[in-house]
Design a protein around this ligand. Structure first.
Ligand code: 0X9
Ligand code: CA
Ligand code: CA
Ligand code: ZN
Length: 431
């Protein structure tokens, strides 16, 4: 039996009354072997310890309660840390009650044939996103251009859209990059990229928008992980899938080449949800975005000055480094840290998220923001979108939330684009 402290009667009840089991405070013999847990972890050290057990960390509520999905042995390991662990419920029972998450493997040939389920049709699958980008270019041929920066593992195009005046010319304007959806199940982030694209093109007659678009070259990679997206929706329900589709899947946000795998912030086990891959950039998706960013070094100068990578969920604005808890380290001095913090806090004041250094959440290595800054001195932020907390269902807000939760970032995004000529201007310095 799983829990030594539980008596025989409870075990019998658990078998007979699965409805009661859902409300019980610890796993039963009739469980699926996967649990939704809440761990109280007040510090980055404690949260990193939780992540290192190998559980699927699905969100950090108010930075003290970490929601995780754990199997039996991970549950035991978590309890052995001495951190308070609350059993929320049998994971698969919880998902069934949500009625929209299903771990059935897609049938051969099924991937790519399904759309989002009802209540979610406002989200864009890969084909719909592609069509939306093509339509944007048709509607605004002088403002928007579209290119493929290469293929995913399963041969889908990774699209990059550029917005600027004289879009066909590489002008001498600060370049800005937005990336979305490294993590498959974080579908709201695709909608965030598409919303910024729409707002900057459809509202070009607005003088504030026109000033931004005319003075910058703004790049978007709205779906970094298209294979993962299609897999996540392939059965007509959601699968809770995070990684790409190479082998058991690589966590793209642990596969970047700056201090890859250095610091206990990723896993070397291919079944882990934070698997770092066999080498830095072993995933074609990160390699293609890397190639694109490297290609923006013109005459020895990186043209891209700033970058936001959108994720969900927890409502956070994060800045480098993620691999270390130190505020400053090689390549990141005190003034730069202060500029990161100042812009990060101002963006968070605008959208109501919580601002902090990435490692204040938990240590990660091989994440995109560390590479963008460590390799290229691109001012790189990670946004964790709505909602602020919850279980696996929090990756799947109804499509009715898209408009409000993407518009919520209008002020932060505009502030960010505005400072993209010189982020240090925000602390009174020149570039
Ligand atoms: O773990 C992640 O990759 C991000 N959280 S998520 O739930 N969207 O998977 C947080 C990454 C924070 N660290 C850095 N940005 N370096
Ligand atoms: Ca231009
Ligand atoms: Ca340029
Ligand atoms: Zn993510």
């Amino acid at each position: 039996m799983f829990s030594k402290s539980r008596g025989k009667i409870a075990a019998v009840l658990a078998l007979c009354l699965p409805v009661l089991v859902a409300g019980m405070a610890s796993p039963s013999t009739a469980d699926s072997g996967r649990y939704l847990l809440e761990v109280t972890a007040n510090t980055s050290e404690e949260r990193t310890k939780v992540a290192q057990i190998g559980v699927d960390v699905i969100g950090a509520t108010k930075l003290t309660t970490v929601s995780v999905v754990a199997d039996r042995s991970q549950y035991r390991a978590l309890k052995a840390t001495g951190l308070p662990v609350r059993y929320v419920g049998d994971f698969e029972e919880q998902l069934k009650s949500l009625g929209k998450v299903d771990f059935t493997d897609p049938k051969p040939g099924e991937v790519g044939t399904q759309d989002f389920p009802s209540g979610y049709t406002g989200y864009h699958n890969f084909a719909e996103m592609t069509a939306e980008l093509e339509q944007t270019v048709r509607d605004h041929p002088t403002l928007a251009s579209l290119r493929s920066i290469g293929k995913s593992y399963q041969n889908r195009d990774i699209w990059a859209l550029k917005i600027s005046d004289n879009v066909g010319t590489d002008e001498s304007e600060p370049e800005v990059l937005f990336t979305c959806n490294q993590h498959a199940r974080e579908h709201l982030t695709v909608e965030q990229c598409l919303q910024i694209i729409k707002r900057y093109t459809d509202n070009y007659s607005n003088s504030a928008i026109k000033n931004m678009v005319d003075s910058r070259e703004i790049w978007f990679v709205p779906m970094v992980n298209p294979d993962g997206v299609e897999y996540d929706i392939a059965t007509g329900s959601f699968r809770g899938w995070r990684k790409n589709r190479q082998g058991n899947g690589t966590d793209l946000n642990r596969n970047w080449g700056y201090k890859w795998g250095c610091c206990g912030g990723s896993s070397g086990s291919s079944t882990s949800d934070t698997y770092r891959g066999t080498a830095a950039f072993s995933a074609p998706e990160t390699a293609r975005v890397r190639d694109f960013v490297n290609s923006r070094v013109v005459g020895g100068v990186q043209q891209i000055k700033t970058h936001i990578d959108f994720h969900s969920f927890s409502e956070l604005v994060l800045w480098p480094y993620g691999y270390t808890r130190a505020d400053t380290d090689t390549g990141l001095n005190a003034d730069e840290a202060r500029a990161f913090q100042t812009l990060g806090r101002q963006m968070a004041a605008s959208n109501g998220y919580t601002p902090e250094q990435a490692s204040d959440l938990y240590i990660t290595d091989g994440s995109v923001d560390d590479w963008m800054w460590g390799q290229h001195k691109i001012w790189s932020y990670t946004f964790e979108m709505y909602p602020s907390g919850g279980g696996l269902d929090s990756f799947y807000p109804r499509d009715t939330a898209i408009a409000t939760q993407t518009a919520r970032n209008n002020g932060a995004v505009d502030l960010f684009v505005g400072y993209s000529d010189c982020v240090k201007r925000i602390i009174g310095q020149t570039c």
